[in-house]
Design a protein around this ligand. Structure first.
Ligand code: SF4
Ligand code: SF4
Ligand code: SF4
Length: 279
């Protein structure tokens, strides 16, 4: 096999970062291919098209997709049943391209044009209110520059996903820095705003800022200790979550009974019979 730079291999991948190849993203899969350590038929969203292109580039015989059933499936985008969403933000944290919009304890919604259908938001949802809706698009996301020419759309979509993923990583990096600065205010010394022209003035500024923050944190902690969280409020929230989870289990059973595989149908039927008995 020819040794090819991982960047050239990654340029052929759909960039959804879905991890369905078994690697934690497109770049790690490209690196493994470049080292000759991975099979070239693992990228489910890429399907036969990407396998053929990889085979050409790496000068290897082409193969069938490792999971042909899944590779043949229509592309899908995520949809959130907003009436069931409890605003836990778990899906936002899971989405590698920041295609979910929402805030804590608020309903969440998917930005359909940016969703790559990677499915990473489905499992973390505690109330199972995220569904996949099949779409006719050949490549996702529905980036803004689509041309209706298959090859060009493929690369436009991959570029769009890659840009969103890059912004997502940068956002996480910024959040981490802010968190670190908050935990240890002295880290602010790296912040250009806190560096004064004179070293000694800068030192005093940083110490003063650290002192103020420590005092504010102490005040907040004291308030928190003396604040009475109404017990009934906590109980109510807990009941709402349990209720939402029960609704989710019911919807999942009905869905499996209608369109699951044989095992899922049998399990769903059992679950619904038990549910009916308890009601
Ligand atoms: S798009 Fe393909 S290469 Fe990228 S993470 Fe998903 S399966 Fe792996
Ligand atoms: S919203 Fe779309 S892109 Fe984001 S995690 Fe869910 S399926 Fe993936
Ligand atoms: S994970 Fe589910 S419940 Fe939580 S915010 Fe997302 S859609 Fe709503």
């Amino acid at each position: 096999m020819m040794s090819i730079a991982p960047e050239r291999i990654a340029a052929l991948l759909p960039q959804t970062q879905c991890q369905q190849c078994g690697y934690p993203g497109c770049a790690p899969y490209a690196q493994a291919l470049s080292r000759g350590e991975a099979a070239l038929n693992l990228c489910t969203p890429g399907g036969q098209t990407v396998i053929n292109d990889l085979a050409d580039l790496l000068q290897l015989p082409t193969m069938r997709p490792a999971d042909p059933k899944r590779a043949k499936k229509n592309k899908s985008i995520a949809y959130i049943d907003e009436t069931q969403c409890i605003g836990c933000t778990a899906c936002i944290r899971a989405c590698p391209v920041d295609a979910i919009f929402g805030a804590t304890k608020q309903m969440h919604t998917v930005i359909a044009s940016e969703c790559t259908g990677c499915e990473l938001c489905i499992a973390p949802c505690p109330v199972d209110c995220i569904y996949l809706q099949p779409v006719n698009d050949k490549w996702l996301p529905r980036s803004h520059n689509l041309t209706n020419k298959l090859q060009e759309d493929r690369f436009a979509a991959a570029t769009q996903a890659q840009i969103r993923y890059k912004h997502h990583c940068e956002r996480l990096e910024r959040l981490l820095q802010q968190k670190n600065a908050h935990i240890n205010p002295c880290n602010k010394k790296n912040d250009s705003k806190s560096i004064s022209n004179s070293a000694s003035a800068g030192h005093h500024q940083v110490v003063a800022a650290a002192d103020l923050i420590a005092k504010a944190m102490q005040r907040a902690q004291t308030l928190q200790t003396h604040r009475k969280v109404p017990e009934n409020q906590q109980n109510f929230q807990q009941q709402q979550i349990v209720k939402a989870q029960q609704h989710a289990a019911y919807r999942r059973a009905v869905r499996n009974l209608q369109s699951g595989n044989e095992d899922e149908k049998i399990a769903a039927l059992k679950w619904l019979q038990e549910y009916k008995r308890q009601q």
